[in-house]
Design a protein around this ligand. Structure first.
Ligand code: MN
Length: 362
């Protein structure tokens, strides 16, 4: 099988390079049908959920240790903290052209002192911007934001986008029990819309510990609770009418949409018989396709990708790794060989991200 694949890759490369597989000006029918199955590489790869760490934020990172096997967080601190050759070598080895970097959560979102949170978020963004400036063709950034102060978060997002050339913001779930549908965040969403940049909603833990996870520590964290928490956060934005008030706002969800793509039909169907508190202008699916984009971070699965492309739309799915919590080789090998068309592969691997975030140098 792998020999056949290698042959076909070679054959495809010959055709692309303009050399001849043609016999008498035409491909034989069997060669043409074999060629149609060849998966060409995407022209570029952009990755969007790629994390880093700074010493000042390691204390917050250890909040995440409760969700993982003991010692795991300590192990990732070294690759997270590297802005040197190690990170670039892994990107080069696996063909990642551009990575939008983000501070690994939860960061200042769990800082009880609001002024300290605002100050530290600015510091993190200045440090990230300095690394971006060293390698502007390789690194972008999502702003770290102190959502304890919505006005300050809006101002900091604007500073990061306009002055520091960042591509948007990343928020690690709720802040002090508030989700982003709270009307106190209108000032933030208005700025998001004006700046026309996406907000990545990354998983975090909820403000309480629901009984449904009692005695099941494996369900608390990336196996399950983060997906439930994060897609609920996105649905709060949909059902609160936030996207009616700010139609241009776009959020990004990781992990193949945190289970949302498979729920679309039922969300529409059962919304029609649900109790509601807010009026929204369209069915849920309409907002999912207009205002929510997703990345493939941590889900290297053809079936899930097919579902996401078909239900959310081919313009709404973007590649990511979730470095260093996920393996770059696994993710890049998968997207190169996933059973999708080459047009879809290029959209997922880089075109959709380049369009959304106006990444023009590639
Ligand atoms: Mn992540």
């Amino acid at each position: 099988m792998s020999d056949r694949r290698n042959f076909l890759r070679g054959a495809a490369a010959s055709v692309v390079a303009g050399t001849s597989l043609l016999a008498g000006g035409t491909l034989s029918a069997s060669a043409a049908s074999q060629l149609a199955q060849v998966k060409l590489k995407p022209k570029r790869i952009i990755a969007l959920e790629e994390h880093f760490m700074l010493p000042e934020f390691e204390g917050y990172l250890h909040e995440t240790q409760q969700n993982l096997k003991s010692g795991l967080v300590d192990k990732v601190v070294t690759p997270l903290s590297d802005f040197g050759q190690r990170r670039l070598d892994i990107m080069d080895e696996h063909g990642i052209d551009f990575a939008v970097l983000s501070l690994s959560g939860p960061g200042v979102q769990i800082e009880p002192d609001t002024n300290k949170a605002v100050r530290l978020a600015r510091y993190a963004n200045d440090r990230l911007a300095a690394e971006m400036q060293k390698r502007p063709t390789r690194y972008g950034g999502f702003a770290h934001l102190a959502m304890q102060d919505p006005q300050a978060a809006a101002d900091e997002l604007e500073r990061c986008v306009r002055q520091l050339q960042m591509q948007g913001g990343m928020i690690n779930g709720e802040t002090n029990g508030l989700y982003l549908d709270d009307r106190r965040y209108d000032v933030f969403w208005q700025r998001v819309e004006e700046l026309a940049v996406p907000v990545y909603i990354h998983p975090g833990n909820p403000p309480d510990y629901p009984h449904m996870y009692a005695n099941h520590p494996e369900m608390w964290g990336p196996v399950w609770s983060w997906a439930a928490e994060t897609c609920s956060h996105a649905l709060r934005l949909v059902f609160s009418g936030t996207f009616d008030r700010f139609p241009g706002a776009k959020i990004i969800l990781g992990h193949m949409g945190e289970t949302l793509p498979i729920q679309i039909w039922r969300l529409d169907s059962r919304y029609k018989i649900a109790n509601t508190k807010y009026e929204i202008q369209h069915l849920p699916s309409w907002y999912l396709r207009r205002n929510i984009m997703l990345t493939t971070s941590g889900v290297c699965d053809d079936a899930a990708l097919r579902c996401a492309l078909d239900s959310m739309g081919e313009h709404n799915v973007m590649f990511s790794v979730d470095y260093p919590f996920e393996d770059t080789k696994t993710a890049t090998d998968w997207i190169r060989n996933a059973n999708i068309s080459d047009s879809e592969r290029n959209k997922v691997a880089w075109e959709n991200a380049a369009t959304l975030m106006k990444i023009q140098h590639l």
